[in-house]
Each structure stands twice: as structure tokens, then as C-alpha cells.
Design a protein around this ligand. Structure first.
Ligand code: UDX
Length: 466
């Protein structure tokens, strides 16, 4: 599937301990093994560890299983829950543990502190901790202080930052095709221990630790701002009768702007963007800044769900006791992840308002009592008063709309990810509401700007002349 072969020649082969086998850690572990390194991956969750030791992959991520099998066989990759074993003869550890958001958006760094302290306690010689987890600026310095307190006598601890930019669903591809590798380290003598992990031809940004830590927060905040901007433009398109697809394509074709991350939809979700945006705001606040742009992106994102609910209310009268089918509960296509998923958020909000929610997803299952999952989109739609498409899975572009309409009780379709082709459903007795597309909307046609603005006369004169 991927061509891994031509990048391994320029790495400085190292034995590394990867702590945490979540999305970031597991991807790093198998990909570093592919680059030629010897990797021991430490996972403390028993069930996950047993799965990995059997050669199975607990997450849906193309390419990982192939590399895991290959390097379990090559002997370059092993999994354990024993840090003492993992750190024997090892002086480089990548920390890939979770930094989940706390109630105020501040990341919870306790797993990171614990992992750093445990690794250092197990190290028998000088140790370099490389923080891959997303952390606020200053965390590497704090971790260095904390970890040093757990080191054996004579063991020196250095902490470096090497944030991860992988996207779920294409993490392996992203690993081998990075836009940049960011390394923050304040010890020039140790730089090559981090940079040497990666092929020399990969684009490298070498900087201080605080800057490296902030790159990750700032990049994800900018992506969030871009998506929220697209959603704001889409709302405006709906009100004006313009087509957001054309508008945003036109905007994105400007090379200074770029077309990526300008697709309007039900708002961004997942484990990173909402969390890192909240983290960026919390970090700003901690130094007396209010981060108005980031806050606006958050507000617009929350409005996306509210907008969907009002579209449903407007088209159904009220959602109480209505049957609503949701297609797509994964936070984006290509993943089974439902963390901060707009589809799940919508299902739960509808259930709170008294609607009966049935959903389908090719991969994900939120396990929520509010959302009944079924195995087939047509089963989800059976008897539904309204259908909402929340994830742009390729199969939802191929739906048989005539069949859907026949099994549905109502005729309202809200396409929150713009996968329905208008031309193809023109013959179906449907009301399709897209995002930023004025399809079948009951809006009165608006002439904007009003003609009065174009005449060199007072509005009252125009009124009088009518
Ligand atoms: C993101 C970052 O892209 C990645 O660099 C970082 O390491 C982790 O966070 P990920 O969470 O996997 O990756 O998802 P991403 O593909 O970025 O999408 C995030 C959310 O934004 C999804 O809900 C997606 O549907 C939404 N999105 C994305 C839009 O609504 N419109 C777009 O144009 C792009």
C-alpha cells in the first residue's frame, strides 16, 4: 500500500522505547521500526497489550497492521508493560501518552508526568525523553525538573519536544510524508539523537522547546479557524442563495489561502482539533491574553450543531417524538473514532429533545444509549421523518435515494457534509438541505443588495416611484 523503502538510508539507527500505544505511539512505534530502528513499545493497558502481542491492531489505521506484522517478525518491534525491560540498554524514550482536556480546556498532564518519572526511574544511564504528546509551552522544561527528581544518582535527564501532526485514518502515510518534522531542543549536543531518528531528507524545523510545543497548538488552532471560517461563509451562502462550494473553491484557489480545510460541514470533531483549540485558549489565558480569534472559531463550531437542530426543527415542526436517522457517527470518514464526533453530539442532542434516533456507520459505534445503531443505512432510514448525513463516508455518496425515500416516512434530508449530488436526486420526492447550498430551502428569494443601493435617489423616492 505504501512505499516505505527509500527513506531508511539516512537515519541514525537507535534503540528507542515508545511509551503509550495509542494512535500516536503505535504509529510512531511501527513506523520507526520500518525506518530501521529497534523499538520497544510500552503499553500498560492489559487488554490492548495482549491484542498487540498477538499481532492484532486495536484501532482502524491503514498500514499499521502490515508494519506491525513485518517488524514483530524482523525482531525490530516488541511490546511490553515492563518499563525496566524496555529501558534496559536504552537511552531514548518517546512519550506518547494522552493529554486529555480538563474541564477548563487545560490539558491534563498527569499521564505525561507519570510516564516521564517512571521512564527515568527505570533508566540506568543518561536518558533523553522526547515528548510527542501535545503539551502547552513550558511542559518540557517542567517535565525535565520533575523527571530529574526520579533519576538514579548520576543519571542525567534531557527533555526534547517533537510534536506529532498525524491525521487519523492516514497516520502512516502522514508519518512517511511529513510537511515538516519539528524538533525543539535546548541542548545542541543532543540534537542529532532526535533529528537522526528521521531521514535527513525530510523537512526539519529545529528550534527551542517552547516554540516547538507551540507549533502544534498554533497549527491545529489555525486549521480550526479555517474550518470555522468555511462554516461561517456557508451560513452566509444559505442566507444569500449562493453556493458555498463555488465560493470556497474560489477562495481556496488563491495560493495565499489554499483550498485545504475549507469544506463546510457539521463542525470539526475528533480527539485533537477541539482539544488543542481549547488548549490554545487556556494557554493564552494563563498569560493574560484572551485569544479572541480562537474563541470565535470555538463559538462558530458550536453553532454548527445548533444550526442543524434548527434546520430539523424548521422542517419537522418540532423534533419531539419524531424519528430521525443519522448516517455517520465517526468524527470523519476513514476512522472508527467517535471522540467529539458531531454525529454523536447531534444524536444525543436530539434524544434530549425527545426524538427517536437510529444511526448507521460503516465502522464506528458510540455505544450511546441515546443512539440505536443498525447495520444498514436503509434500516436506519426505515420509518424516519428525517435523515441527516453527518460523516462523508464514500458509501454515502452512492446511496440509492429512491430506495431511501421509499422506506422513509418523511421527506426531509439534511446533508451536513454535502455528499448528495443534487442532479441525481432531482427526481426523488425529497427536500434536501445541504450546507451552504440553498437547496429546496423555503427561503423567499432575496435580492441583495437592494436595488435602492444602486440608484442615486433616496429610498423614499424609490418607494414613491413603485
Ligand atoms: C488533526 C490534525 O489535522 C492533525 O495534524 C493533528 O495531528 C491531529 O488533529 P484529525 O483529528 O485526525 O487530525 O482530523 P482532521 O482530518 O484534521 O479533521 C478534524 C475535523 O475537522 C474533522 O471533524 C473533520 O471532519 C473536520 N474538517 C476537516 C472539516 O469540517 N472541514 C475541513 O475542511 C477539514
Amino acid at each position: 500500500m505504501y512505499d516505505f523503502e527509500d527513506t531508511t538510508s539516512t537515519v541514525r539507527v537507535t534503540t528507542v522505547c515508545v511509551v503509550g500505544a495509542g494512535y500516536v505511539g503505535l504509529t510512531a512505534a511501527v513506523c520507526l521500526a520500518q525506518l530501521g530502528h529497534r523499538v520497544v513499545c510500552v503499553e500498560t493497558n492489559r487488554e490492548r497489550l495482549a491484542t498487540l502481542q498477538r499481532g492484532e491492531v486495536p484501532i482502524h489505521e491503514p498500514g499499521i497492521e502490515e508494519l506491525l506484522t513485518r517488524h514483530a517478525r524482523s525482531g525490530r518491534l516488541a511490546f511490553t508493560d515492563d518499563l525496566d525491560v524496555a529501558m534496559t540498554g536504552v537511552s531514548v524514550a518517546l512519550l506518547c501518552v494522552g493529554t486529555p482536556p480538563g474541564p477548563d480546556g487545560e490539558p491534563d498532564l498527569r499521564q505525561l508526568g507519570r510516564a516521564g518519572a517512571d521512564v527515568v526511574a527505570a533508566a540506568r544511564s543518561d536518558v533523553l525523553l522526547i515528548v510527542k504528546s501535545t503539551v502547552p509551552p513550558g511542559s518540557c522544561e517542567a517535565l525535565e525538573l520533575l523527571a530529574a527528581g526520579h533519576a538514579r544518582d548520576g543519571v542525567r535527564v534531557v527533555v526534547a519536544s517533537n510534536p506529532e501532526f498525524l491525521r487519523e485514518g492516514q497516520a502512516v502515510w502522514d508519518f512517511f510524508n511529513p510537511d515538516r518534522v519539528v524538533v525543539g531542543i535546548d541542548e545542541p549536543a543532543m540534537q542529532s539523537l532526535v533529528t537522526g531518528l528521521y531521514p535527513a531528507q525530510w523537512p526539519l524545523l529545529l528550534c527551542d522547546r517552547r516554540s516547538a510545543e507551540l507549533v502544534k497548538y498554533a497549527a491545529n488552532t489555525f486549521l480550526a479557524v479555517k474550518i470555522s471560517f468555511a462554516n461561517e461563509v456557508a451560513q452566509l451562502c444559505e442566507a444569500l442563495g449562493a453556493d458555498a462550494h463555488h465560493v470556497l473553491t474560489g477562495v481556496g484557489l488563491d495560493a495565499r489561502i489554499g483550498g485545504a480545510f475549507l469544506s463546510p460541514g457539521p463542525g470539526f470533531g475528533g480527539s485533537c482539533l477541539p482539544k488543542d483549540l481549547a488548549g490554545f485558549i487556556a494557554v493564552s489565558q494563563s498569560v493574560g491574553q484572551s485569544a479572541p480569534l480562537a474563541r470565535a472559531a470555538q463559538t462558530v463550531n458550536a453553532q454548527a450543531l445548533a444550526g442543524l437542530l434548527s434546520k430539523l426543527d424548521a422542517s419537522l415542526g418540532s423534533v419531539r417524538a419524531k424519528r430521525v436517522a443519522i448516517l455517520g457517527v465517526a468524527f470523519k470518514p476513514g476512522t472508527g473514532d467517535v471522540r467529539f464526533s458531531p454525529g454523536v453530539g447531534l444524536g444525543e442532542a436530539l434524544a434530549r429533545r425527545g426524538a427517536l434516533v437510529r444511526a448507521h456507520d460503516p465502522l464506528a459505534d458510540p455505544g450511546s444509549p441515546d443512539v440505536e445503531m443498525v447495520a444498514d443505512p436503509y434500516e436506519a432510514a426505515a420509518g424516519a421523518d428525517a435523515l441527516v448525513i453527518m460523516t462523508a463516508w464514500p458509501e454515502y455518496r452512492e446511496l440509492d435515494h429512491q430506495r431511501l425515500r421509499e422506506v422513509m416516512a418523511g421527506h426531509v434530508v439534511i446533508d451536513a457534509v454535502n455528499v448528495v449530488s443534487i442532479g441525481e436526486v432531482a427526481h426523488v420526492d425529497y427536500d434536501v438541505y445541504g450546507v451552504g447550498r440553498g437547496l429546496a430551502m423555503d427561503f423567499a428569494p432575496v435580492l441583495w443588495p437592494p436595488l435602492e443601493w444602486m440608484l442615486d435617489v433616496e429610498p423614499s423616492d424609490v418607494a414613491a416611484s413603485r
